[in-house]
Design a protein around this ligand. Sequence first.
Ligand SMILES: C[S@@+](CC[C@H](N)C(=O)[O-])C[C@H]1O[C@@H](n2cnc3c(N)ncnc32)[C@H](O)[C@@H]1O
Length: 315
Amino acid sequence: MQQHDRHHNLLERSSIGALVAQIARQFEEGGVQDARRDAEILLMGLLGCKRSELYLKDFSVEEDFLKTVGNLCQRRLKKYPIAHLLGIADFMGLDYEVNPSVLIPRPETEVLVTETIRLMRRKHGEHESILVADIGTGCGNIAVTLAKTFPESKVYATDISKEALEVAKRNAQRHGVARRIHFLLGDMFADLDGKVDFIVSNPPYIPTDDLEHLPVEVKREPRASLNGGFDGMMFHKRLIRDGAGHLEDGGYLLMEVGIHQAQKVIETIEANPSWRWHYTVSDYHDIERVVVSQMRLSSRTEDTAKSGDYGQVDY
Ligand SMILES: C[S@@+](CC[C@H](N)C(=O)[O-])C[C@H]1O[C@@H](n2cnc3c(N)ncnc32)[C@H](O)[C@@H]1O
């Protein structure tokens, strides 16, 4: 009965703002980080609207709706990620199906993809045919964004997880690019035949010993999407070692890296005669997040970028 009354209180206040505040308070008390953001995402997901529309919604609170909200709040308080509760996550303005077999796309990865798009435009233009490989595609967020942005591109998307690839395929269909993304199941470059112009990867990069200290929400994501080996850079090293063999002359490798990893990854690149390190891109927290390098072949094919294209780039 008490529960029922509380719902009616909300019903009387009945504005979305009041409901967001109520949920955010519960989340805050339950130790959920970003309580208000999660409250908004929960309601946006249930109402099928964007943040800009949320507070404008002509919203009549119904008992069933409040029951659903209440159930989801309880699960959020048990530290299930909001994206798992809704089955959807936003990446660069598009909705992606997610479930516990894929990493939930992160804002940091938008920096990686934004830089990849910038470089692809600069090198090829939007309507040239470009070949790209996305190594460790997860839910397919990187591959789908690139395929959508470059209508003539062909993207190879690999993953070691069969379940992740199933999700990625559905996301490619959802966004109308399934025909131009080739999904390859296997280790790293898997059965990637032939060469591509760009390799992009957000590999697992948490050092193994740090995995047990992650927040409960993150521990609910697949270990294979997080575990980067003893120093967190096992996959970066493999991308650097094997990547050049899969790139066209002068092709690019863009990798997302974890905190404090950029300099060590750059050292690995510079120690390898196949590569020339170009620059890093920092994320919104000023953490070096993306390392960009180019395959070194002849001086003829190497990039002759203008000064200012090198060194640190900030977003
Ligand atoms: C950090 S997640 C990135 C997911 C997605 N690309 C994104 O940026 O949100 C890393 C992905 O690499 C995959 N992975 C792990 N080991 C792999 C391997 N040996 N070969 C290919 N993919 C692997 C995981 O299954 C996971 O989907």
